[in-house]
Design a protein around this ligand. Structure first.
Ligand SMILES: Nc1nc2c(c(=O)[nH]1)N[C@H]1C(S)=C(S)[C@@H](COP(=O)(O)OP(=O)(O)OC[C@H]3O[C@@H](n4cnc5c(N)ncnc54)[C@H](O)[C@@H]3O)O[C@H]1N2
Ligand code: MOO
Length: 396
């Protein structure tokens, strides 16, 4: 099968993305970073009474020049003196309701008090320091729209509405299975010819960093039946099964055969790294088989797994931005290339460079240390001058 272009692969993926999963009700303290699955409508005005925003005296504006009698005080939370007549004032504190009949709050710094007499020394305008009814929100207002990612501000608004539970979109479950006879798991003995597995740990962590539920299924050797059983089992309990290794042209690359039994969207994309990426649909679920190289599997997870997971949950986990290149850069691969870069924010713009990054094969995992972005370079062989604008994918 000839390799398709990166743009073509993204178009096919876009046309085959899943719809949002159903909603579920969660406690507010677990709703952070979840996607709201309902409109949040204000059931009352906030504040629901005119409220003082400073400590002072609630009066009628017309009485400002007159001698005013202090009839009592309302500490925040009490509303004993809930009404004033002409010529009267109630000592009112920040957060206390304004007594009926009052319209202006004169701060304590502006007055002199002699016994129960109030003299305004420095006038204020009508309505001063009074928060009107509905200043924050009005009854019936849609405060947070369905589809909003819940952050700290949204949590606060939901709490102020007394919502201890909210409906959010269910998260997809991702399973990660590393394959390869040469791969030893973290606590296994590494025999001659073997290497320690990193992919299942890297990708599990990457999925978790986006808030996804993820299962690290460990390692399956290069045995056809073992790989197939593990993939089939994983499909029962997850929405996306991610495998690494076994998708190129080797004698033991069984993953591509097994994934190939499903509805393959594409196998092979003209990208570096990751040219052997394979994406298949299995009913409403997905199998994404990534190349085994650590750097390749990381990049292709970002490019092909994250969009599927995001579509299930109705969110966008990675940002596509523009940055300025710090140094000259020579592109030596013709394919669309994704390069691990150092990212900084300087003088109001993102700046990227590859200083300290190693060049070589897709097996260089250490280039991902301290890396928060990939530089995305379109197909072709060309040189970019320092100061050029480049596309980046920011994932942390
Ligand atoms: N004759 C050809 N050989 C290869 C081609 C090609 O076009 N013709 N393409 C190369 C490219 S590019 C890639 S990418 C790899 C992809 O191969 P596989 O997906 O089948 O991956 P493996 O061969 O299983 O592994 C590749 C490499 O990665 C290491 N690996 C695998 N799993 C892990 C893991 N869990 N943790 C750490 N490292 C892992 C593995 O030992 C290999 O060194 O094919 C090229 N070959
Ligand atoms: O296409 Mo492979 O992932 O570069 O090294």
């Amino acid at each position: 099968m000839a390799h398709i272009s990166f743009e073509e692969s993204q178009q096919i993926l876009k046309e085959n993305l899943p719809g949002n999963k159903d909603s579920e009700k969660v406690f507010l303290d677990t709703a952070l970073n979840r996607v709201l699955a309902e409109d949040i409508v204000a059931k009352y005005n906030n504040p629901y009474m005119p409220t003082a925003s400073m400590d002072g005296y609630a009066i009628k504006y017309e009485d400002m020049d007159k001698e005013i009698k202090i009839i009592g005080r309302n500490p925040a939370g009490s509303f004993e003196f809930n009404k004033i007549n002409s010529g009267e004032a109630v000592k009112t504190f920040t957060g206390s309701f304004m007594p009926e009949g009052s319209d202006t709050l004169v701060p304590i710094e502006n007055v002199e008090v002699r016994g129960d007499k109030l003299i305004v020394k420095e006038k204020v305008e009508r309505g001063y320091s009074v928060r009107p009814v509905g200043e924050d929100f009005k009854e019936g207002e849609v405060l947070i729209k369905e589809g909003t990612l819940i952050n700290a501000g949204e949590i606060g608004v939901l709490a102020s509405l007394g919502k201890s539970c909210v409906y959010v979109t269910q998260k997809p479950i991702i399973s990660v299975l590393a394959t390869g006879e040469e791969i030893a798991d973290i606590n296994d003995e590494v025999k001659m010819g073997q290497i320690r597995s990193s992919n299942n740990y890297t990708l599990t962590a990457l999925a978790r960093s986006f808030g996804y539920d993820v299962k690290n299924l460990g390692i399956a050797g290069d045995k056809r039946d073992e790989i197939k059983n593990k993939i089939l089992n994983a499909l029962n309990s997850s929405d996306i099964v991610v495998t690494t290794g076994g998708v190129s042209v080797g004698d033991f690359d069984f993953v591509k055969e097994i994934t190939g039994e499903f509805d393959v969207l594409f196998h092979g994309v003209n990208i570096k790294p990751g040219q052997w990426i394979m994406v298949a649909k299995a009913g409403g679920k997905y199998i994404v088989s990534l190349p085994g190289f650590p750097y390749s599997s990381f990049v292709t997870f970002l490019l092909y797994v994250v969009p599927i997971a995001d579509a299930f949950e109705n969110k966008q986990s990675i940002e596509f931005l523009t940055a300025t290149l710090r140094d000259n850069f020579k592109k030596v691969f013709k394919k669309t290339q994704f390069v691990a870069v150092n990212l900084s924010f300087e003088n109001g713009e993102y700046v990227v460079d590859t200083r300290g990054k190693k060049s070589g094969s897709s097996g260089i995992l250490t280039n991902l240390i301290n890396t928060k972005a990939l530089m995305w370079l379109d197909e072709g062989l060309y040189e970019l001058k320092a100061g050029s604008k480049v596309k980046i994918i920011k994932f942390f």
